[in-house]
Design a protein around this ligand. Structure first.
Ligand SMILES: [Zn+2]
Ligand SMILES: [Zn+2]
Length: 213
């Protein structure tokens, strides 16, 4: 099995987790033995999030999507954002806030759970009033955490350990853009995403009655 950052291999990770006996858990309560917390920080693309969410739903997996209200790259308050939220709920997923410090303003769109975007060590694991911080004690431990940051697993792709049931429990952070868009490196993947974005933007311009002739 090749460990490419593709939706196919993400599907294989989910299969491996099921084979390893893991239960798809959410952040409502601290994780217990056998729990797999699928966490997605959505930094760049709602389209990518939805594609991953559809695949998970088909695989019977439940994930928590952390969406931004202050993203440079997408607008959660736009029709596109509202539709994305509705579809995530419809698929059975949870939605938390991917917050930019210090603004953890939760409204009715979010479960009371926060993941800081690019956190500094000073507040990364600190508890938050009235919400769970995904990195706080009880929910996070470096030994039971894996992340695909910048298209790189620091401790290797976890699919074999998942299949073997080797983690007592796991918080698995993945960024949908990395898996949905092709590229052997983060740089290539980002360029693929921007090419797709250009086509999407052109279609939006036409829809907005801009004459592109
Ligand atoms: Zn793998
Ligand atoms: Zn982020």
């Amino acid at each position: 099995m090749s460990c490419a950052f593709t939706l196919d291999h993400y599907g294989e990770l989910l299969e491996a987790a099921s084979a390893g006996g893991y239960r798809f858990a959410t952040f409502d309560a601290p994780p217990g033995p056998g729990d797999l917390l699928l966490r997605h920080d959505v930094d760049l693309s709602l389209d990518a999030a939805l594609r991953m969410a559809e695949l998970e739903a088909e695989a019977g997996a439940i994930a928590t999507y952390f969406l931004m209200t202050e993203s440079v790259f997408y607008n959660l308050a736009s029709p596109e954002g509202t539709e994305a939220l509705a579809r995530l709920w419809e698929l059975g997923h949870r939605v938390g806030l991917h917050a930019v410090y210090p603004n953890a303003v939760l409204d009715e769109r979010f479960d009371p759970v926060v993941a800081w975007h690019n956190p500094d060590p000073g507040y990364m694991t600190a508890p938050i009033d009235d919400a769970v911080n995904v990195m706080q004690r009880g929910w996070f431990d470096p030994a039971t955490y894996r992340s695909d940051s910048n298209q790189h697993w620091r401790s290797g792709c976890p699919h074999e350990e998942l299949r073997a049931g080797a983690f007592p429990l796991l918080q698995l952070l993945t960024h949908p853009e990395i898996w949905v868009y092709e590229g052997a490196t983060m740089g290539e993947t980002m360029r693929t995403m921007l090419d797709a974005e250009r086509e999407r933007r052109l279609a939006q311009l036409v829809e907005d009655r801009i004459d592109l002739t």
